[in-house]
Design a binder for this molecule. Sequence first.
Ligand SMILES: [Zn+2]
Length: 211
Amino acid sequence: MKLCRLSVIALCLLLSACFAPERETGWAVGYGRSYAAPLSVTMPENAYAITQQFRRAELYSGGSEVTDHFGIDVHAPLGTPVLAVASGRVIASHWEPGYGHRIEVDHGTDGNGHSAQTNYVHLRKRLVRVGDQVKQGQQIATLGATGLTAGGFPHLHFEVLYKGTKLRTHAADPNLFWAKGIGRVTCFAKRHVWRPAQAFKITYPVACVNE
Ligand SMILES: [Zn+2]
């Protein structure tokens, strides 16, 4: 009897997993099947999903299948506006085979004396040039699937380089820098003014739905 009830519960769980509607927004995946999440991430309901989180292979023992992923992947429809996450100056805007259309923004040095840069790749269309000053929330590109490493999957690969991190490349988990706090993904909204803070702070690189 008990076994029967358990199997009914198992079946219900299985069915709900199969028929649960796929949520396109307000959702963040884990750091991989068996990877322990370095920090918990909460998403606004109207934010497009993060389909792959920042990952440093050296933190995981055993299993050579674990690879570095020095940024986050944001999945949204082709052509979705890509926004500058903080104010700064465009230092690269070009096409390259691996990452396709690429933009890099230099955000200068924060109150802690650390320099910050953000990179946006696999873009469909670039809307800014080297030397342009951009404001936080300004559209700089549209989301695409360009470059061999995009694998034909429309997404934005977004990186934060923050000098002061131990990593040689200075790549840092973008989830550490959200304007509302660590792990609290922050959509850009025109009604909010994110004042330059002591520490480098960013908003989500893709416009959230209805913002
Ligand atoms: Zn990626």
